[in-house]
Design a protein around this ligand. Structure first.
Ligand code: GMT
Length: 378
């Protein structure tokens, strides 16, 4: 099929899911067109099945804020028409679902019917979308999408609680390319370059936004490090990085804390990891936790949002109440202090991650696209 994918091209989870989905679809022979303002960071190849169309914003002195939705919907119309796309799959409701609705109306005027699939990822509902500033438009665009999906049961419930939704929301979990993580596990994982043989390695991957509570990561590690020789690797960048660095300095653990910045090689870095820390305020799913589990890493997380659907308490890791850094540290220590226990948690994590294999999830998206296409053909 010919599919247009609209997403944020950044390191955020929704962009990662959209990009991995597009690349997997292209691999299966579908023609995929990414429409966004930059090349998605994880888009590592372009082929005759995989295209990228940049939305360019024109500067104009009158605009304090450039009207991105307008440029995006115009670009969608252009690309749908030019490449005869059959479906538009937009990731993250704001403003993509709204822009897609506008594109659909403009195409209708030209006698072209296009179906819109909207995938809700989390903060587009929980933190931003339900804010009175956006709520009316978000609710409207969700209700006017042809198919709506959410990345966890929790996100579906939250969406139905916060909005007056008329569509049935289909839950499709985030997914993982297990083979990529298997390969990274089998590469030469040079642990000794980062830690002493007796040290455990803890990791955290995020975009360092306040919702990730990176200072809690440092506080948890501080407690662990008192009892277990260990290193903490932080991957990513964002507004709270400096706060986290300052806290590590203040607690005099900066020698044990490595800030590695953004990386497109997360699978390779996670091969060092024993325990992954995710003390988020909320996670609709927690793709970062799933990626860690695929790299055979136990997860210490909060019990918020969709995290309990991913991290199984007492099996793949532990769940704690938001902000309870002592409980998270205690749980991490209970895993890290014993080789046999650690090995059990790691193996459980990997086994559970396999349930989210792309091989299981991709056909579900394909089915949705096909059902959209069939409705048009009728
Ligand atoms: O979590 C982020 O910082 C990025 C954000 C996004 O939308 O780009 O991620 C959300 O979508 C991911 C993919 O579906 C989910 O795995 C994350 O849990 C979700 N983040 C939050 O709900 C905070």
């Amino acid at each position: 099929m010919k599919i247009g994918i609209v997403c944020y091209p950044t390191f955020g989870g929704s962009g990662v899911v959209a990009t991995e989905l597009g690349m997997a679809l292209a691999d299966k022979g579908h023609e995929v067109h990414f429409i966004t303002y930059n090349q998605p960071v994880r888009l590592d190849f372009i082929s005759h099945h995989l295209h990228f169309h940049q939305v360019i914003l024109e500067e104009y002195p009158l605009f304090q804020y450039q009207p991105y939705e307008l440029a995006l919907s115009s670009k969608m119309v252009e690309i749908v028409e030019k490449h005869q796309l059959e479906v538009l799959h937009v990731h993250y409701a704001i403003p993509h679902a709204y822009a897609a609705y506008m594109a659909k109306q403009m195409l209708k005027e030209k006698g072209i019917e296009i179906k819109v699939v909207t995938t809700l990822h989390g903060t587009d509902i929980t933190l931003v979308g339900s804010h009175p500033t956006y709520k009316t438009a978000v609710e409207f665009s969700i209700n006017n999408s042809d198919v709506v999906t959410a990345v966890s049961n929790n996100l579906k419930e939250t969406t139905n609680r916060l909005f007056n939704i008329k569509n049935d929301i289909k839950v499709i979990y985030n997914f993982i390319d297990i083979e990529k993580y298997d390969k990274a596990q089998h590469q030469e994982c040079k642990r000794l370059a980062l830690a002493k043989p007796e040290e455990r390695i803890l990791t955290h991957v995020s975009n360092f936004r306040p919702v990730k509570r990176v200072e809690d990561v440092i506080k948890i590690f501080y407690e662990i490090n008192k009892e277990i020789p260990s290193k903490l690797l932080l991957i990513g960048d964002g507004p709270d990085r400096l706060k986290a660095e300052n806290l590590a300095n203040k607690l005099k653990i900066s020698d044990a804390v490595l800030f590695l910045g953004n990386s497109t090689e997360v699978a390779k870095i996670l091969c060092y990891s024993d325990v992954f820390l995710l003390p988020s305020q909320t996670e609709s799913f927690g793709l970062a936790a799933l990626e860690a589990m695929a790299a055979e890493t136990a997860v210490i997380s909060t019990n918020t949002g969709g995290l309990p659907e991913v991290n199984i308490h007492g099996q793949t890791g532990f769940l704690s109440n938001l902000g309870d850094v002592n409980d998270m540290a205690k749980n991490a220590i209970s895993i890290l202090k014993d080789d046999v226990i650690l090995a059990r948690f790691k193996s459980n994590a990997k086994k559970h991650a396999k349930k989210f294999s792309i091989d299981n999830i991709l056909p579900v998206y394909e089915e949705i696209y096909t059902s959209c296409y069939k409705t048009i053909a009728k």
